[in-house]
Ligand binder design. Structure first.
Ligand SMILES: Cc1cc2nc3c(=O)[nH]c(=O)nc-3n(C[C@H](O)[C@H](O)[C@H](O)COP(=O)(O)OP(=O)(O)OC[C@H]3O[C@@H](n4cnc5c(N)ncnc54)[C@H](O)[C@@H]3O)c2cc1C
Length: 378
């Protein structure tokens, strides 16, 4: 079907900047570009009715790295890289909270915890030995004193089974990911940023001073510059990027009367995570149980991971309680061998801001802003 003259003269009119993907990164890039260019025509192209990746499907931890995660990162990356990333996560959340208030984010500050089973004594001791060092670094970055502390005396309050140790992080909070995205969406509309949903980009054709963007259903739009913010799906459009799609499966329980547990919890070296959502429990993770199978950009739930999550819920988190599960879902991450986002120009007119790992709630705002600054310079 041909578009009308009217459509081509408005919705599909040539853009100064077209952003592909309306997740947290895409929308923040659009908002920042508006700050830099008050009169620019900015279009965000999203294939789903809703953003359909990770930003509305995650766990909503406003977190900066649990002790085992930090220890692990220090094995894989230089010290400077590890603390730069913590800083990036901290600053990203400050940037987000400068744009949206606690009500818009559904933000609650209950703190975060890492829990250790009896058989993880060595891992706990290794973390405990580093807490003074971690606290000094966190104080430098966040200004908060004594961020991490061992709080084994809290364990009876939570009622877990088989957990021997617990380390608290005072700085962590939790939010409602879809409220956050809804508020960013509203902000974008207020700022005259055009969002086109149902626009699945199939090809980018750079031709001199313009990029022609082709959609799945034959509609096209031209833009002077393009930012690809499709995270875990990046290789569908740009196969040469070093981004691996990875699925994460999640459950949420029905409301639980008198639920004592409050906060964000990291379990089994962060392979699993759980939190309260009001008086429900959200639990996710377990990708390590089927690494190959979960390296996919297809949504879905599998019995292997569902059974592992149900088992943790019923034996460790809520022992001796039969709590019905209300809902399952999944989301798609973009990960890589380096725990670092890719923010770079891909060609002269096409930039990318992808590979947010499991940290996009924290870093997404500032990565989007950084990407807009980058693409603004061409
Ligand atoms: C289950 C789960 C739990 C998580 N928990 C946390 C957490 O607690 N804390 C934290 O910091 N991070 C967490 N993350 C990670 C975080 O959600 C992501 O890093 C972040 O949302 C990535 O944002 P994004 O904008 O880069 O990508 P996305 O939100 O995935 O957005 C990409 C968008 O691009 C669109 N798109 C893709 N291809 C095309 C195309 N060809 N044309 C048009 N549009 C396209 C998609 O539909 C999607 O809307 C979690 C992730 C998952 C999956």
């Amino acid at each position: 079907m041909m578009n009308s003259f009217w459509e081509q003269d408005t919705f599909l009119k040539k853009a100064d900047l077209a952003i592909i993907g309306s997740g947290i990164v895409g929308l923040n890039a659009a908002l920042q570009y508006r700050v830099l260019h008050p009169n620019a025509r900015i279009v965000v192209l999203e294939r789903g009715t809703l953003p359909t990746g990770a930003s509305t499907r995650n766990a909503g931890f406003a977190c900066f790295g649990s002790p085992t995660e930090l220890l692990d990162d220090l094995q894989q990356h230089s010290e400077a890289e590890v603390w730069d990333l913590v800083r990036e996560r901290w600053e990203g959340l400050q940037r987000m909270r400068a744009k949206l208030n606690a009500r818009q984010l559904g933000y609650v500050h209950h703190g975060g915890y890492e829990v250790f089973r009896a058989e993880e004594e060595a891992s706990f001791q290794a973390c405990k030995a580093q807490l003074d060092y971690f606290n000094a670094k966190f104080q430098e970055i966040t200004g908060w004193q004594g961020v991490f502390s061992v709080v084994d005396d809290y364990l009876p309050n939570f009622g877990f089974h088989g957990i021997r140790h617990i380390i608290r992080s005072r700085v962590e909070g939790q939010l409602h990911p879809a409220k956050m995205m809804h508020a960013f969406h509203q902000l974008a509309v207020q700022k005259d940023i055009q969002l086109l949903n149902g626009f699945e980009v199939k090809a980018l054709d750079e031709d001199g001073s313009v990029v022609n963007i082709q959609s799945q259903n034959g509609i096209s739009i031209a833009a002077e510059r393009v930012l690809v913010a499709t995270n875990g799906f990046a290789r569908q459009l740009l196969p040469e990027l070093h981004v691996q799609a990875a699925r994460n499966q999640v459950l949420i329980t029905e409301p639980i009367p008198n639920l004592k547990l409050k906060g964000c919890f990291h379990y089994d070296k962060g392979y699993f995570y759980f939190r309260n959502v009001g008086n429900r429990i959200l639990l996710g993770g377990g990708r390590n149980l089927a690494l190959q199978a979960e390296q996919t950009d297809k949504f879905g739930n599998t019995p292997l991971i569902q059974n592992a999550l149900k088992d943790i819920l019923r034996t460790i988190i809520l022992p001796q309680q039969e709590v019905p599960i209300a809902q399952w879902w999944s989301g798609i991450l973009g990960i890589g061998t380096q725990k670092k986002p890719i923010v770079q120009m891909h060609t002269k007119r096409v930039g990318v801001a992808v590979r947010m790992g499991g940290m996009g709630v924290a870093i997404g705002t500032s990565i989007g802003e950084r990407a807009a600054d980058m693409i603004s310079k061409i």
